[in-house]
Design a protein around this ligand. Structure first.
Ligand SMILES: Nc1ncnc2c1ncn2[C@@H]1O[C@H](COP(=O)(O)OP(=O)(O)OP(=O)(O)O)[C@@H](O)[C@H]1O
Length: 744
């Protein structure tokens, strides 16, 4: 007989409602009357079918054993905690933590495939939990979307261990060859491999189930609707033609018919996905004023290694169960797994719509992110400002440690300023024609003067900066962050001015309109948004991209926005109406685009190496400069439109002559180059990327002037101030550095 609402069991658990019932009993939502705030609990009732004393004795022993396993498993931050177990009236009860959220079946919608890196992150997340489960000698045996709950704050939980059994044979565990005798009938068709269906589940059976969830996410097709080939392998790849073959290979291996051909452990499957993410960074883009780079592998590695550490049994003794604060901190990892598709199509599924639930916004959590070194950083920053001020007063230039000696070898740089460049600068932004052109000093160099955004904002130490953009008047700095926020900072006083909240994914790009009144931004959640800078109001949601948006830029006339995406399209939008004007189709991810000064042309750079010039009005390709080659991470028109600079994955920077197609190859970076930016007037070119350095080049001489070092991770974005007195750099290290040009 079922329990009824209001019934109290175990002396203090009051039944609220029936959540469900499986072959082993029922599951109820209840509240604990003994605790002050009467917290919700999940109660599982296991009813032995036979009430004979001898059978009950065996059942009791099994229940006791299983409860001990569940206590252990519940020490993982992504598995519900087991609070109690008891027997009442010959029935067995488990009292578990209630996970307030929705299971993944609400996100894995038919016909709505997820973006591949979102899937990769989700799989890594689940595999880290599975690693912990397997280290505890447990095969879950029923991993499916219904048994993965996403809590309201975004964290993923693996549930339904009612069917798990401890595996006795520990020697077999190491080989992955163990059997268990309590398995028949457990599992769900579609997610259950053949060996499990035949009563012989293995650790690799759980890997199969996770692989099938990945395939479901990538194809939008229910596993039971997928066919099999003559070798009984799942036929699925043709349903996800857009994904990297390398990722497809990993998924195919996870779901191999023969369990011996699957990954040997959750850890090895996890490693394979991690390596994939390392090899294929999500995106890197740049444009003519502000530039961005997304190198998700670094984040994924960090997040996942955090999970793996947490997953290690030695790190998870029950006495060390994460505190509520730990769990808050852990939430940010779960956040990344939110499917773009789902969030866009089903806003109610967004666990962050309730801002009070977002741990990143609560002062206590911001305080949690505060570290002693922030004080040190503040002192260093203040010191740097004072020293710089003294230097400027005395007309002296320091030789900071982070300015490489090659800068000194390039003393002759920054010469030969051409008047044509000056006039093109003025053409491009007439209201700025009286700006001082900082290039008149032939020996000027950039030195680090301060860092922005380290206190008072929302950026935590493990967040990444993807985009920086200086307003045309040089007073405001916009920062696009991995925590989904855009921050506006007073560039002079280093005070935060505003935080724009509205993106539901990592903000990959930010860009001011030419008059500085608007900002456009793009995110990995397919969004592009135009904001009113003064009020922070959303002026337009630019809806259409099917995958992450790498670049969002205004045309120099301020009338259009161009956006580029991993959906292999470039879209041109009307700023006034927010409507799409043009859809330009590429053959692979478009990392970056840049407008010509007259707003009539657009140059694009893509993952397959294609560099094309498009006619904005007609949407036609006017010229293909390169058809295939090294991936182009960033592309930018010079202000006089005579040159195009590109940042390449082959560690080079290239300068293309637009009329002849000839190129100069600038070498010096020791890793992928992710961004390039011309200074106004086209005398300087800044490049930066995975080698953590920023290089300043003389455009005329094609020589290296200076190398700026100091960032701890890849540099994602750079922007010159219009008067070329400052250079701002943002990095995956979560820092924004300001480099000022000083007289020597
Ligand atoms: N710890 C939990 N927190 C929140 N909801 C839970 C928790 N455990 C189970 N649920 C929810 O309770 C419902 C019933 O769960 P249960 O585990 O009994 O699954 P079932 O599918 O009905 O049975 P079976 O165990 O046979 O799979 C499901 O909707 C599940 O999402």
């Amino acid at each position: 007989m079922s329990l009824t609402t209001g019934q109290v069991i175990g002396g203090h658990y009051e039944v609220i409602s029936l959540l469900g019932g499986g072959g082993f009993g029922e599951t109820y939502l209840a509240r604990d009357l003994h605790l002050p705030d009467r917290p919700n609990r999940v109660i599982k009732r296991l009813s032995p079918r036979v009430q004979e004393a001898s059978v009950l004795k065996v059942s009791r022993r099994l229940f006791e054993t299983e409860a001990q396993v569940l206590y252990r498993l519940g020490t993982h931050p992504q598995i519900p905690q087991l609070f109690a177990h008891f027997e009442e009236a010959a029935e067995f009860y488990l009292v578990q933590e209630y996970i307030n959220g929705r299971d993944l079946s609400h996100e894995l919608l038919r016909g709505k495939p997820w973006e591949q890196f979102t899937v990769a992150i989700l799989l890594q997340n689940i595999l880290t939990i599975l690693s912990f489960v397997h280290q505890n000698h447990v095969i879950h045996r029923d991993i499916k979307p219904e048994n993965i709950i996403r809590r309201r704050d975004g964290q993923i939980f693996l549930i339904d261990f009612g069917v798990v059994k401890e595996i006795a044979n520990s020697t077999a565990i190491a080989t992955g060859e163990e059997l268990t005798n309590l398995t028949v009938g457990i599992g769900t068709p579609g997610y259950m491999p053949s060996e499990q269906a035949h009563g012989e589940p293995r650790f690799a059976s759980d890997i199969y189930a996770i692989g099938m969830i990945g395939i479901q996410a990538l194809t939008g097709i229910m596993p039971s609707h997928l066919g099999k080939d003559e070798n009984l392998e799942i036929l699925w790849r043709q349903h996800a033609p857009q994904i990297y073959p390398e990722l497809a290979d990993i998924l195919s291996r996870m779901v191999k018919f023969d369990f011996r051909q699957r990954y040997a452990s959750a850890d090895t499957a996890y490693e394979a996905i991690k390596n994939f993410c390392d090899r294929f960074p999500i995106s890197n883009v740049s444009h003519n004023l502000s530039t961005i780079q997304i190198s998700s592998h670094e984040e994924i590695a960090n997040q996942a290694s955090t999970h793996l550490k947490a997953a290690s049994p030695s790190n998870q003794p029950s006495s060390n169960r994460p505190t509520p604060i730990d769990r808050h901190m852990d939430r940010s990892n779960g956040n990344l797994a939110i499917p773009a598709t789902n969030l866009a199509s089903n806003p109610s599924a967004n666990p962050f719509t309730n801002s009070t639930d977002n741990p990143n916004t609560s002062p206590s959590v911001i305080l949690q992110h505060f570290r002693p070194w922030h004080i040190g950083l503040g002192i260093v920053t203040i010191g740097a400002i004072i020293i710089t001020a003294m230097i400027l007063l005395m007309g002296e230039s320091p030789k900071p440690a982070n300015v490489a000696s090659d800068a000194e070898q390039q003393e002759k740089a920054l010469t030969d300023q051409t008047s044509s460049a000056q006039s093109s600068q003025n053409d491009r932004n007439p209201q700025n024609s009286n700006l001082v052109n900082g290039n008149s000093d032939a020996s000027a160099k950039f030195i680090l003067v301060k860092e922005i955004g380290n206190s008072g904002g929302t950026v935590a130490s493990n967040d990444n900066i993807y985009g920086v953009s200086l307003s045309p008047d040089g007073k405001t700095l916009a920062i696009g962050t991995s925590n989904q926020n855009i921050e506006l900072w007073d560039f002079q006083t280093n005070q935060i001015l505003q935080t724009f909240r509205g993106h539901k994914g990592r903000v990959y790009d930010v860009f001011f309109s030419p008059d500085g009144t608007k900002l456009v931004s793009g995110s990995d959640n397919r969004e592009a948004i135009i904001w009113d800078v003064k009020t922070g109001r959303i002026l337009a949601n630019l809806e259409g991209h099917q995958e992450r948006v790498y670049t969002t830029i205004f045309s120099p006339d301020g009338k259009m926005v161009a956006s580029s995406s991993s959906d292999s399209t470039i879209r041109i939008w009307d700023v006034e109406t927010g409507k799409q004007r043009q859809l330009l189709s590429e053959k692979s991810w478009v990392y970056d685009v840049s407008f010509s000064a007259d707003s009539k042309l657009l140059v694009s750079g893509s993952k397959d190496g294609a560099i094309r010039i498009w006619d904005v009005a007609s949407g036609k390709v006017l010229k293909t400069i390169v058809e295939r080659g090294s991936a182009v991470r960033s592309i930018v028109y010079s202000y006089d439109n005579k040159l195009i600079a590109s940042a390449m994955e082959d560690n080079t920077v290239r300068l293309w002559n637009v009329s002849t197609g000839q190129q100069d190859v600038l070498t010096g970076h020791t890793n992928e180059v992710h961004i390039v930016a011309f200074s106004k007037g086209d005398r300087l070119l800044a490049s930066a990327g995975a080698d953590k350095s920023i290089k300043i080049w003389s455009v005329k001489d094609k020589t290296l002037i200076q190398t700026l070092t100091g960032h701890d991770r890849g540099v994602s974005s750079v922007d010159f101030s219009d008067d070329v007195s400052s250079l701002v750099s943002g990095s995956l290290d979560g820092k924004v550095k300001v480099w000022q040009r000083s007289r020597k």
